[in-house]
Design a binder for this molecule. Structure first.
Ligand SMILES: Cc1ncc(COP(=O)(O)O)c(C=O)c1O
Length: 413
C-alpha cells in the first residue's frame, strides 16, 4: 500500500471546460437569466436525443416526477389517476421516486427487483396489481437504476392489459438503449435528472419527456404555477395567446398572471439549461467512456467474484456508477470496506436502501413490507457503488483495483 500514490476518485465529476464557460458567458451576454432561448434549445436537443416529440425542462428530477404525476391527475383521459390510487414502483431507488408518488397524492406499492440489474420483476408487478385490485392501481413507475433498463415491452404489455400508465424514471439512464430505443422514449412520461453526479450534468435540473402533446401542454402550465399561458417565449400580455380559454368577465386578463391550476414553480434558469446543452455535445463521449471503464473494471474485478456480485456489462447501458453487491457468506462488512476505500480516496455511496423497510421517512410502511422484498432488503444493506465517470483514466482504474486487492488481502490475513 505504501507505494501507492494517494488519489481522489469521486463518484461523479464535473469540469467547467471551454464549452461550459462559453455557454455561461452566452447567457450573461444575452441579458436574460430566467427561462428563455437556451431552455427552448435544450428541450429540443434532448427530445431529439431521447427520441420523443417533447421535452420539458424543470428544476430537478424530483420536480419532473411530481409534475408528470400531477398532470395525470388533471388530464381526464386518465380517470384511474386519482387521489389515493396506487403506483407500482421499485423499492431500491433514490428516495424521490417514492416521495414524489406520495407528494402528488398517490400511494406507492413496492415490488421486488432483479438482483443483477435492479429492474422490476414483471411477475411481481402482475401479482401486485391483482392483489391490490386492478381498479385501484393507476400506473407502473419503473426505475432504470444505474442505467439498466427495465423490461419495458413486458411492463407496457401489462399496463395495456390493466389500463395503466407507464412512467419511466430514467433519472439515472441518460442514453441507455432498450431494444435499440432510448429509455425515456417508451413510457407515456419519463423523468431525467441532471444533478451533479449524473451522466449529463447541470448542477441541479431535470426534465420530462413524452410523445403526448396534450400532457406536454398541460405540464407547461403546471410547471409555472398553473398559469393560463403555456408558451415559454411568450411576450404577449393581453390574452392574445393562441389556444387558451377566454374567461368571462376578464376581458383584459393577462394570461401570464391568470392561473387555472393550484401548483408549483418548477421553472429553470438559462444557466442550467446552457450547462446541460453544452454537456449534450459530449453525450456520446460520456456514454462510451463510462462504458469502457465498467467493462475494464468488471474484467479485472473477476478475481473478487467470490466476494462480490459484479455489475453485468452491457454496451447498451449508460452507466451512472460501478455497483458492487457483497455476496452472502463472504464475511466482508460493507461499513468497514467503504471506510477503507474512502481512506484511500475512493468515494463510495450505499445503493440507497430498501425504501419501505430501511428508509426512516417510509417507516410507516415497514411492518407491511417486512420479509416481502428479500432482494431489495439484501441490496439495501449489502450494495454500494463507486465512480466510473468519464474523467477517470486507466491509472485510476488500476489504482482502484490495487486498493481493493490490498484491503481484501488484509481482510483475509
Ligand atoms: C432514480 C432517481 N429518480 C429521481 C431522482 C431525483 O432527481 P433530482 O435529484 O434531480 O431531484 C434521482 C436523483 O438522483 C434519481 O436517482
Amino acid at each position: 500500500m505504501d507505494n501507492m500514490q494517494a488519489r481522489r476518485i469521486q463518484v461523479g465529476d464535473f469540469r467547467m471546460d471551454a464549452d461550459e464557460k462559453e455557454a455561461i458567458l452566452d447567457v450573461i451576454n444575452g441579458g436574460r437569466i430566467s427561462e428563455w432561448q437556451k431552455t427552448k434549445e435544450f428541450e429540443k436537443v434532448f427530445a431529439n436525443y431521447i427520441g420523443t416529440k417533447h421535452c420539458l425542462a424543470v428544476s430537478s428530477g424530483t420536480s419532473a416526477l411530481i409534475l408528470g404525476l400531477l398532470a395525470l391527475f388533471y388530464d381526464d383521459r386518465f380517470p384511474k389517476a386519482r387521489k389515493g390510487a396506487k403506483i407500482i414502483t421499485s423499492p431500491v431507488t433514490y428516495i424521490s421516486t417514492a416521495s414524489a408518488i406520495v407528494l402528488s397524492g398517490y400511494e406507492p406499492v413496492f415490488v421486488d427487483i432483479d438482483e443483477k440489474t435492479f429492474k422490476l420483476k414483471t411477475e411481481e408487478v402482475r401479482n401486485a396489481i391483482e392483489q391490490h385490485g386492478p381498479g385501484n392501481v393507476a400506473g407502473i413507475l419503473p426505475v432504470h437504476l444505474m442505467g439498466y433498463p427495465n423490461d419495458l415491452d413486458e411492463l407496457i404489455e401489462i399496463a395495456n392489459e390493466y389500463d395503466l400508465f407507464v412512467f419511466e424514471d430514467s433519472a439515472q439512464a441518460h442514453g441507455s438503449l432498450y431494444k435499440g430505443k432510448r429509455t425515456g422514449s417508451l413510457g407515456l412520461l419519463s423523468d431525467f435528472s441532471f444533478y451533479i453526479a449524473h451522466n449529463i450534468q447541470a448542477g441541479e435540473m431535470g426534465c420530462i419527456t413524452t410523445n403526448d402533446g396534450r400532457l406536454y401542454r398541460l405540464m407547461k402550465q403546471l410547471k409555472a404555477n398553473g398559469r393560463a399561458c403555456n408558451c415559454i417565449l411568450c411576450t404577449r400580455s393581453k390574452g392574445e395567446c393562441p389556444g387558451i380559454k377566454k374567461y368571462d368577465g376578464m376581458g383584459d386578463y393577462d394570461p401570464r398572471f391568470t392561473h387555472e391550476y393550484i401548483t408549483y414553480n418548477f421553472k429553470v434558469t438559462e444557466f442550467t439549461s446552457a450547462l446541460a446543452l453544452s454537456q449534450m455535445k459530449k453525450a456520446e463521449w460520456i456514454f462510451q467512456s463510462r462504458s469502457k471503464n465498467v467493462k475494464y473494471l468488471t474484467e479485472q474485478m473477476k478475481q473478487f467474484d467470490h466476494i462480490f456480485s459484479l455489475p453485468p456489462y452491457d454496451p447498451d447501458v449508460s452507466y451512472l456508477a460501478y455497483t458492487l453487491i457483497i455476496k452472502p457468506g463472504s464475511h466482508v462488512d460493507r461499513k468497514n470496506l467503504r471506510k477503507a476505500l474512502e481512506d484511500h480516496g475512493i468515494e463510495t455511496r450505499p445503493l440507497f436502501g430498501c425504501i419501505p423497510t430501511q428508509q426512516p421517512a417510509f417507516s410507516y410502511l415497514k411492518s407491511q413490507y417486512e420479509g416481502r422484498l428479500p432482494v431489495a432488503d439484501y441490496i439495501g444493506s449489502h450494495a454500494f457503488y463507486i465512480g466510473c465517470h468519464q474523467y477517470m483514466e486507466k491509472t485510476d482504474l488500476d489504482y482502484i483495483l490495487d486498493v481493493f486487492s490490498d484491503i481484501l488481502k488484509q481482510n483475509r490475513d
